[in-house]
Structure formats: C-alpha cells, structure tokens
Design a protein around this ligand. Structure first.
Ligand code: PXP
Length: 241
C-alpha cells in the first residue's frame, strides 16, 4: 500500500489570514491529528516569503512528528542552512517563485543540474534524504538519477487540472511512464500536487508509486469533518488502489 504524506501548509494559511494577529489554527496540532489517523509523514513547505509555514513551525514539528518530517523548499543557501540545522527526515527540492499561488511546475533539472547536484550532495552528506519535485518527463528523471537523488516526486498538477478526457489521459500516461522509468532506475517514486478524493482513484494499480503527498484537499475536508476523519478517508482510498 502506498504511503500518505499529509501537507499541513494550509492550516498555517488560515492562521496567517488575519495578517499574523492570531496564533490559531495550529499546524502542529493538525500534524498530530493527521498522525493519529495514520498519516505516514507530515509535509510543510517553508517558502522564502513565509506566507504560511514559518521556521517556528518547522522546529516544533521536528520535535513532535513521530512518523517522518518532509520539508519542501527551494534550493537556496538560506533554506539549505535551515535544513542542515533542523534536519528533517527528507527534503523535497521544489522551484519557487514569489508570485505563484502554489508550486506551479517541477524543478527544471536540465537547466539547474549543477546547482541541484550540489544541494543534493550537501543534504545527503548531512544524513537527509533528498527528493526532487519534477514534471513527468523522462529527461528530467534521468538527470534526477544522474545527480544521485534518493527520490522523485512526480508533479501530478497537470493531470489533476486537465479539463478534457483526452488531456487527462495524456497527462496520466506521462505519469505512468515516469513512475515506471523512475522505479527502473531505482529511484523511490512519489507523486503529488492537486490530488483530491476523486483524482486519487485514477492511481489504482500503479504500484510504482511509493507515497502520495497531499495537502489542500485534505485540509479542505478537515474543515467540515475534522482532521482525523479527513486523513482516514484518504487513507481508505489509497488502501483500495
Ligand atoms: N507536493 C509538492 C511538491 C507541493 O509543492 C505541494 C503543494 O504545496 C503538494 C505536493 C501538495 O499539493 P496539494 O496541496 O495540491 O495537495
């Protein structure tokens, strides 16, 4: 059964919605509830502009998370310094643009190969596993393998956002091919971005995927059902894949 890593960024988004004048809701409490309901990992994205998660959250999560803490970050020297200090179990390297609403695409390893290779080596030398968030593109996967990443996270956003059936199938075929190639290259293959309680069902039988990284849909459901129920519902769907 694939694992479920729960991204709690949007609990912090709600906290920050009043311009920082409230200290609730608490992302750490959401992480504890997610773990109680069976989450296999907790994910947070520490963005350069600290728009949701801040350093205090990551430090507290490091102390409290019992499963594994996955830190998403850009490969900047500031973020590398924070990661080496806090030592999450895993870092997922993502591209980051200040203006974007959410991470818009995978890292372009063809353009940034040397820079990312250095970041991978720095993190791995410090005992942190490294995952790279990339589009479902064979050339990108080959570079991820070449620069010695432990894992890839395949960007599922284009598939989840596809409007027509043809587009959807085309995007899903890219995911299937990428998962198979990644797995052949002995990379651990994860998937994430935009996955909801409906789109998760498409992954039935795609056994190469080791872990799903899911945030927005779970936190949205949690508003109505509570965090534990929202995580249990997603775990159940993954169990049935
Ligand atoms: N994986 C990565 C690399 C992401 O940047 C995000 C969004 O923070 C996710 C997964 C989760 O996406 P969503 O919130 O749409 O489930």
């Amino acid at each position: 059964m694939a694992q479920l890593a729960v991204n709690v960024d949007h609990v912090a988004t709600l906290r920050q919605a009043r311009g920082g004048s409230t200290n609730y809701p608490e992302p750490v409490a959401a992480a504890v509830a997610a773990e109680t309901a069976g989450a296999d990992g907790i994910v947070v994205h520490l963005r350069e502009d600290r728009r949701h998660i801040n350093e205090r959250d990551v430090r507290l999560l490091r102390k409290i998370v019992l499963s594994k803490l996955i830190l998403e970050m850009g490969a900047t020297s500031e973020m590398l310094g924070i990661a080496l200090d806090i030592k999450p179990d895993c870092v997922t390297l993502v591209p980051e643009k200040r203006e974007e609403l959410t991470t818009e695409g995978g890292l372009d390893l063809i353009t940034h190969e040397n820079h990312i290779r250095e970041a991978v080596s720095t993190l791995k030398n410090s005992g942190i596993a490294v995952c790279i968030f990339i589009d479902p593109d064979l050339d990108q996967i080959k570079v991820a393998h070449k620069i010695d990443a432990d894992m890839i996270e395949i960007h599922t956003g284009a598939f989840c956002d596809a409007i027509t059936d043809i587009q959807r199938q085309k995007e899903f075929d890219r995911i299937i091919n990428s998962a198979k190639i990644g797995s052949k290259l002995k990379l651990e293959v994860n998937a994430g971005h935009g996955i909801c309680y409906n789109s998760i069902k498409a992954f039935a039988g795609l056994n190469e995927i080791n872990e799903f990284s899911i945030g927005h849909s779970i936190i949205s459901r949690a508003l109505l059902t509570g965090m534990e129920q929202a995580v249990r519902d997603m775990k159940e769907l993954i169990f049935r894949l």
